[in-house]
Design a protein. Structure first.
Length: 145
């Protein structure tokens, strides 16, 4: 399996400085700063990038699990909300919420929920973030069962 990499550079102090992050493929390169991380800014931040990675990973893993079991996967859309709060005086990821909508043929809502919950702890990003509590809301939006 390949090793992936990203690069980040920070210039200046925490509150007044700024940084730039880029990924190896060249698909993303952008600025980040204190305001975007701890307040509300227009650049990216590490938590947003974690959310993107987790949403993408979960969608792919759920698709793989379902198609591997013989179901036809039309689409899986996931939104990940990563919560950053102070715990013991340190900024900490203290909750991740996954909201998933999937269009899967030939499956009922109960069976879909079993797959969705099983994938929550099984995708590689979920496994890497296992110390962070996770909640899942998964909804089957269409099925031909």
């Amino acid at each position: 399996m390949p090793v992936r990499h990203a690069t980040a550079e920070w210039n200046g102090d925490l509150k007044g400085g700024k940084g730039h992050v880029s990924v190896e493929s060249g698909a993303f390169s952008g600025p980040y700063n204190f305001v975007s991380r701890f307040e509300s800014g227009e650049t990216t931040n590490p938590e947003e990038l974690i959310a993107a990675a987790h949403a993408g990973c979960y969608s792919m893993a759920l698709s793989a699990d379902l198609s591997g079991a013989g179901y036809t996967v039309n689409s899986v859309k996931t939104r990940a909300n990563v919560h950053l709060n102070f715990v013991d005086g340190k900024p900490t990821l203290d909750l991740i919420e996954l909201h998933c909508e999937a269009d899967i043929e030939g499956i009922d809502a109960e069976k879909f929920a079993e797959f969705a919950e099983g994938t929550k702890g099984g995708c590689p990003i979920s496994r890497a973030l296992a110390s962070v509590p996770m909640k899942l809301e998964a909804r089957l939006v269409s099925s031909a069962s």
